[in-house]
Design a protein around this ligand. Structure first.
Ligand code: FAD
Ligand code: S2G
Ligand code: ZN
Length: 474
């Protein structure tokens, strides 16, 4: 349905033939070359917004195999799409036409964890949750956490510069990724791996692969700095009457929790309703227009608990919050996190989601939800706003029975114009993918886009790496 839904023309790539398949089988074992219906799940994205028609999925295990595959595709002018966990939300991880899918799922070796420096070296196909449990054994944590951790790959996280629930504390991957190894469009292996935080020797090329969504190279390995695991984690879940109070609570938390604050998330009532009903979860408090999660991660549980309880008490006394619970019981914390992390999945169960992942100034962070509600009226089942308020990152979701051009035209480009007027970002953390190249100009100047195209042209002159994604065609 991609073609009838989006006006896009196939590039002049060669079509796959039997010779190609047997060549791939000479590089990989036969069972790591998938064809026919085995390719189905690799052809459709998580939100079912793009369905490609790839005839082959390749599952390399080593950098050398990736290099051989790409070298061949480059020579045969075959387009490729690198795929991690396929949890991307902008249609970037699946073929648009018949691109060759290179699935990184078997490149899942963790090579080394240095508990002293916290530096981990691993292949890009390690599932985030698996990496998390491996580094936990060495007293470390991975510096990001997303609701898709059970499926997404650390290589996909790097390729989308994923943000997630703890960016406010641990920063983004441009800071914590110390080195990458990547296969370039001509199959060459570029080794930018590093075991150190400091390396000022020439241009910092690794950043080209962080957030470029598979369009400049295929990340095969990475070196990641992992912080020491906190001794104490505490969580507060609070109810608030207005968005102004959300801002006041955020301010108070920064003052009173300061250095131990590790996450600040906001959930509006429709979003919490969605996750609690669709996933059968119990919310410890109910029926407020807004909710927030404050997480602290520190070294002394008594001290942190006291700070968090003081914060709640002061916030109540100042009528910034109207209700709240604090806990450090793992099962209770898990339940609260699930009510936040499973909103995306819940909204998807309710119907087709038009998703907008935008950075907006906090002063009018939530206004857009009302503006869109007004615009779509009863066409939509629900308009919800939630997300990483600590990073000024709003997740605006419009749920309707099914995809409709009518709603599509009501919300796009409205949401992007609205965001651009506030000098916000039309994609805070999910990337541009297939859905947003035509809106890139709302957040990047013509000169910036021109330079991106020159870099793309220098690194992938045949344009075989993840075509139709990230950069506008014209
Ligand atoms: P994929 O979806 O497979 O690919 C994503 C992009 O990266 C594609 O363009 C693909 O071509 C490219 N790519 C993948 N692997 C490689 C590689 N090795 N080399 C080069 N290119 C590659 N995102 C956030 O930022 N924050 C969140 O809080 C968040 N929460 C989510 C919650 C849910 C329930 C879901 C379903 C998604 C969420 N996401 C979030 C979106 C998604 O999980 C992230 O974008 C994630 O980083 C994608 O990882 P992946 O391995 O699934 O990549
Ligand atoms: C999150 C997931 C995607 C969405 O949960 O933080 O990134 O917009 C989002 O529902
Ligand atoms: Zn998010």
């Amino acid at each position: 349905f991609t073609k009838d839904r989006y006006p896009v023309k196939r590039g002049n790539y060669n079509a796959l033939n039997d010779h190609d398949i047997s060549h791939f089988e000479s590089i990989l074992e036969k069972h790591r070359v998938l064809t026919g219906s085995d390719t189905d799940m690799y052809n459709i994205d998580w939100i079912k917004s793009v369905r490609g028609a790839s005839n082959v999925v390749l599952k390399p295990k080593t950098t050398e195999e990736v290099s051989e595959i790409v070298k061949y595709c480059h020579a045969q002018k075959l387009a490729v799409v690198p795929q991690g966990g396929n949890t991307g939300l902008v249609g970037g991880s699946v073929p648009v036409f018949d691109e060759v899918v290179i699935s990184m799922s078997l490149m899942n070796k963790i090579e080394h964890i240095d508990e002293y420096s916290g530096i981990v070296r691993c292949q890009s196909g390690v599932v985030l949750e698996k990496l998390e449990s491996a580094v936990n054994e060495k007293g470390l944590i991975v510096p990001l956490d997303l609701g898709s951790k059970g499926t997404c790959h650390i290589g996909g996280n790097v390729s989308t510069n994923a943000g997630g629930l703890r960016l406010i504390r641990y920063g983004n991957l441009h800071g914590s990724v110390l080195g990458v190894e990547a296969v370039l469009a001509n199959g060459k292996i570029l080794n930018l791996m590093s075991n150190f935080k400091k390396d000022n020797t020439g241009y910092h090329l690794k950043h080209l692969f962080i957030g470029s969504e598979g369009s400049l190279g295929i990340v095969t390995k990475l070196a990641l700095h992992c912080p020491t695991a906190p001794n104490a984690v505490n969580l507060a879940f609070v109810g608030l009457e207005s968005f102004q109070q959300v801002l006041n609570a955020f301010l108070l938390a920064k003052k009173e929790l300061g250095e131990i604050l590790s996450s600040v998330e906001m959930i509006d009532e429709p979003s919490l309703m969605a996750s609690t009903t669709m996933c059968n979860l119990q919310s410890p408090i109910q029926k407020y227009p807004f909710y927030m999660i404050f997480e602290t991660s520190g070294s002394n549980d008594e001290h942190d608990k006291e700070k968090l309880n003081n914060f709640l008490k002061n916030a109540m006394e100042k009528s910034i919050i109207v209700d709240g619970v604090a806990t450090n019981e793992p099962s209770k914390m898990r339940n609260i996190w699930e009510s936040r992390e499973r909103i995306a999945e819940s909204l998807l169960k309710m119907g087709y989601c038009f998703k907008y992942d935008i950075s907006l100034p906090l002063s009018n962070f939530y206004d857009i939800v009302g503006a869109v509600r007004e615009r779509v009226g009863s066409h939509a089942k629900l308009v919800s706003g939630y997300g990483h308020v600590g990073d000024s990152n709003m997740h605006l979701n419009i749920v309707c029975e099914k995809f409709s051009q009518e709603i599509y035209k009501l919300v796009e480009p409205f949401v992007f114009e609205y965001t651009s007027k506030l000098k916000g970002s039309i994609s805070a953390e999910h990337g541009i993918g297939f859905h947003k190249p035509k809106y890139l100009h709302y957040s990047k100047s013509p000169e910036a886009i021109e330079l991106m195209k020159q870099i793309k042209n220098l690194m992938d002159p045949e344009n075989i790496l993840n075509p139709y994604k990230v950069l506008p065609l014209s």
